[in-house]
Design a protein around this ligand. Sequence first.
Ligand code: CP3
Length: 354
Amino acid sequence: GQGPGQLPAERTAPGDSDLVRAARGLPVARTPVWFMRQAGRSLPEYRALRAGTAMLAACQDPDLVTEITLQPVRRHGVDAAILFSDIVLPLVVAGVDVEIKPGVGPVIAEPVRSVADVDALPPLEPDRLAFLETAVRQLVSELGPTPLIGFAGAPFTLATYLIEGGPSKEHARTKAFMYAEPAAWARLLEHLSVSAAVFLRAQVDAGASAVQLFDSWAGVLSAADYAERVLPYSRAVFDGLGDRDVPRTHFGVGTGELLALIGDAGADMVGVDWRVPLDEAARRVGPGYSLQGNLDPAVLLADRETIDREVRRIVQQGRAARGHVFNLGHGVLPDTDPGALTHVVELVHELTTR
Ligand code: CP3
């Protein structure tokens, strides 16, 4: 028989991992934990491997992708790997002129400003994703029981980069385009939903065990605009997965007023930033969803006592949801001490081992 706290022998497949089970609201051995942007500049081994290779070139090199994706799994013992890639990669592969400027973010050479610009966007051809399938296959074989999360950028967040030409705070041009050119807006978001679905299907068909849709900047919209002008296209991305049996996480920043809609777009699990406590988030999304989050990444820059207090609070509040995956409320900040991340993994496991 099995003693308490022991993993049942059959739970060695990534599709039956604690991450996948928590996302589906099934019982887990302990609360799974991973970190958005866990592969990246907080790790010296990442900076060493990336030296001399541009971000978007690194994302298209299967061996680099494999190694960088594995680094935080080895170092921190997180319960999931997330593919090392970027939300703009489908645009890059399709042939859009995009660069990721260090310390800035994605910059688009020719921003989308008209109906003609929308119509000129090249489609993402699935046969150009061979490098991605190679990387995912290599990763799945290296990872064994640890699930690999595939991801894509949601149509709205990608549209902000395409229209603004780069990162922005207010997304004023994006909103102006959305209001003034509703037909072109619909065509743009439709285009981006198709390429996101192609990108996600490639990852799942090569062996990813879960997916996450990043709509990082959706929180700048009112619930009414989100529901009418954005949600249908994010739903189309999830629908594009068809009957592929992987749990779906839907994440955005500043989405406190949108949480029910974010779930309703077709998610099994809703990502929550640090602004709304998880017990309140559970009330807002309703009973049919698991929650992922929601430690403020800045807390990791504080002292251990503060970190521990916040982790305990979040673990406790997370019990209000049908399932909880511990994560940050947004990505790891580059100057985070990697030791703090390892410590959080250990603490969450210690606090939640059944
Ligand atoms: O989470 C992971 O570890 C997986 C890899 C991943 C990256 N980007 C790698 C990356 C993921 C999931 C993303 C998603 C992404 N990219 C989002 C959504 C999540 C979020 O943070 O809101 C967004 C908005 C982007 C666009 C983007 N790409 C930004 C804003 C930046 C940061 C620019 C900077 O230098 O500060 C990037 C670049 C990027 N993507 C880096 C990494 C590791 C840094 C590049 C480097 O190391 O030089």
